[in-house]
Design a protein around this ligand. Structure first.
Ligand code: AR6
Length: 195
C-alpha cells in the first residue's frame, strides 16, 4: 500500500508508532497555548522526556518566556525544548506548537490555524538545521478536529513548505492507532490527490 509521497526534494511518510520513541531529529508536540501538557500526546512526550511531566512543563514554560517573551503562544508560534531522555532514540528537539480546537467542526479558519501550526514547526526545524521531523496528528485528539481533514491539511502544508526547505528532507506523520493509520493511508491512496 502507498504510504509515502515525495514533494520536490522532500519525502513525507505516514507511519504507525509512538512519537515519544520515533527516530527523527525533531518531534512535534500537539500542545496547548500555555504548554501545560496535561493529556494526550503532550503528556506522553513530557513524561517520557523528563521522567516527570511537571518538570517538563516547567522547562517548556521557561523556554517559552525566553523564546517568545510571553506565557502563551499563538497558532504559528513555536517553542523548542531539549529532548532530554528522548536523546537515546536520536531525537534532539521537541518543537511545541498549538493547533486549533474544533470540537467536531471544521471550517476555513480552523484549517488556516492548523496550517500555521504545522508550518511554524517545519520552519523552526529548518532553522535548527534538522533533516528529519515527526508530527503527531495535531488537533485530531482532544481538540476534536476531523481526522481526514487534519491529514489532508498536513499533506497540503508540507507540500507548500517543500518549495522553500533548505535542511528538512524527511517528514513523518506518526499515528498511534492502527485505525488512524489505515484511515490516513486511504487519504494518501487517492492517487496523491489529497486535496
Ligand atoms: N504518539 C503518536 N501519537 C499520539 C501519541 C503518541 N505517543 N499519543 C496520542 N497520540 P492530542 P490535540 C495521538 O489529544 O487534539 C493535550 O492535553 C492521538 O491519538 O494529544 O492537538 C494538550 O496539552 C491523536 O491522534 O492533541 C492540549 O491541551 C493525536 O496524537 C490538547 O491535548 C493528537 O491528540 C491538544 O489536543
Amino acid at each position: 500500500m502507498l504510504y509515502s509521497i515525495s514533494f520536490r526534494n522532500l519525502i513525507v511518510e505516514i507511519v504507525r508508532g509512538d512519537i515519544t520513541r520515533f527516530k527523527a531529529e525533531a518531534i512535534v508536540n500537539a500542545a496547548n497555548k500555555y504548554l501545560e501538557h496535561g493529556g494526550g500526546v503532550a503528556y506522553a512526550i513530557a513524561k517520557a522526556a523528563a521522567g516527570n511531566s511537571k518538570e517538563y512543563i516547567r522547562i517548556s514554560k521557561e523556554a517559552m518566556r525566553e523564546q517568545i517573551g510571553r506565557a502563551w503562544i499563538e497558532h504559528g508560534e513555536v517553542v523548542v525544548t531539549p529532548a532530554l531522555k528522548l536523546e537515546k532514540y536520536g531525537i534532539k528537539y521537541v518543537i511545541h506548537t498549538v493547533g486549533p480546537y474544533c470540537g467536531g467542526r471544521w471550517d476555513e479558519d480552523k484549517k488556516e490555524k492548523l496550517k500555521k501550526a504545522i508550518l511554524g514547526a517545519l520552519r523552526k526545524a529548518d532553522e535548527l538545521k534538522v533533516r528529519s521531523i515527526a508530527f503527531p496528528a495535531i488537533s485530531a485528539g482532544i481538540y476534536g478536529c476531523p481526522f481526514e481533514k487534519v491529514v489532508r491539511t498536513f499533506l497540503e502544508t508540507v507540500e507548500e513548505f517543500s518549495r522553500g526547505t533548505e535542511n528538512v528532507r524527511e517528514v513523518y506523520l506518526v499515528l498511534y492507532s492502527r485505525e488512524d493509520y489505515e484511515r490516513a493511508l486511504k487519504v494518501l491512496k487517492v492517487g496523491g490527490q489529497f486535496k
